[in-house]
Ligand binder design. Structure first.
Ligand code: MG
Length: 381
């Protein structure tokens, strides 16, 4: 059967349109047609530690700090650069030197694989990097930034998410004297939601200081600070009377039965943070918690966070995306997944004075995404 010229144009035109759409989505469009396979050429991985300085001394129930040494990763292949970041956390036995060592040990996974095979790379990292999950996060974030840029799409689009669905982010108030807390709350004026750190003997004084300045919705994070179920319940019932939205990690992560006991009596959502790192932790937590706090540094990056979101949804649990003290690299990575969760607490970059990057921004608690591919971050590596 032969086609008329009109039929031929119609058929070839539509397939050309399909072809060019494919190319536009996949970033392969060029006058020369399909380019050689990308993501398998010569590559480089650079690793650097940067000292992030906090605007205020950062105190939670466990410890205090004035700065954080975060580890940055730059992956380059085929002229495309991907940025990643690790925020080592002492709670998980991490530090910047061990993190750097783990990143260096994982280099061969990247040189031996095509970068578009990111799920295979994730699994290879899962079996190679058993501790220092933040090292895995840095590599995973850089990898996904690279993939987004190679496909020429922002990562929220890559994951099929509408940025308009992202929840507002809260702004965190660390533990301090009542006077400083009042000052911090006044400085947080542009943010409609506050997350207040408690878990010290003077919790009532802290919340009293916050409430003397604002009636905004507040969330509370005890960071495992209450050591018995009776103490936790008493504090929670009082916090509930102060208009608190939910309670994060009331007791030590290993106290699952006690947490279940508290949750039955609390009448307010209880969220796991220190108790949950990866998807494998979630099923057992469903007996004691209503929600989980996913952080890329605990999960080991965006791909595991994505799996955790799916798992938590399947278990009927609510989800928050949280963070450590991080620059705009890791915060932007989490923000790209935020349209798929219930709550966001992505303010780590707002707490530091010398963010080396800019990316997803926050305006009165609302994420402002740009339409640049990948993470959409720019800055000085
Ligand atoms: Mg927490």
């Amino acid at each position: 059967m032969s086609l008329t010229r009109k039929q031929f144009l119609s058929v070839s035109g539509s397939s050309l349109l399909g072809f060019s759409l494919f190319n536009a989505v996949n970033g392969y469009g060029s006058a020369a047609g399909i380019q050689p396979k990308r993501g398998s050429g010569k590559m480089s991985i650079e690793v650097k530690t940067k000292k992030l300085e906090l605007a205020h001394t950062w105190t939670i129930s466990r410890n205090s700090s004035n700065f954080k040494n975060n580890v940055f990763v730059k992956i380059e292949r085929d002229g495309i650069v991907g940025y990643g970041e690790a925020a080592p956390n002492v709670r998980y036995g991490e530090d910047h030197e061990l993190t750097t060592k783990k990143i260096n040990e994982a280099r061969s996974i990247f040189t031996d694989n095509e970068l578009f095979h990111y799920m295979n790379i994730k699994e290879a990292m899962d079996s190679k990097i058993l501790k220092q999950s933040c090292a895995k996060a840095a590599l995973d974030i850089a990898l996904m930034d690279w993939v987004g840029k190679a496909l020429n799409v922002p990562l929220y689009q890559f994951f099929g998410l509408n940025p308009a669905n992202a929840p507002l982010t809260s702004f965190s108030i660390g533990i301090d004297t009542p006077e400083v807390i009042k000052q911090k709350v006044r400085e947080a004026e542009p943010y409609p939601l506050l997350k207040v750190k408690v878990g010290k003997p003077n919790d009532e004084e802290i919340i009293g200081a916050v409430r003397s300045v604002t009636d905004k919705p507040i969330r509370v994070d005890a960071n495992e600070g209450w050591k018995t179920k009776e103490e936790a319940l008493e504090r929670i019932l009082w916090l509930k009377s102060q208009g608190v939205e939910f309670i994060e990690q009331p007791m030590p992560a290993h106290m699952l039965e006690e947490t279940a006991w508290v949750r039955e009596r609390a009448g307010i959502p209880i969220m796991a943070d220190e108790a949950v790192k990866t998807a494998a932790d979630i099923p057992k937590l469903a007996t004691a918690y209503d929600a989980i706090n996913i952080k890329l540094m605990k999960s080991g990056g965006m791909l595991e966070a994505w799996r955790m979101i799916g798992m938590a949804k399947a278990m009927g649990m609510k989800i928050m995306l949280g963070c450590m003290i991080e620059s705009s690299v890791a915060i932007s990575a989490a923000a790209h997944l935020a349209p798929f969760v219930d709550w966001a607490d992505l303010d780590g970059n707002l707490l530091i004075k010398n963010d080396p990057f800019s990316g997803v921004k926050v305006d009165h608690g609302k994420f402002v995404y740009n339409d640049k591919p990948g993470l959409g971050v720019e800055g000085k590596f």
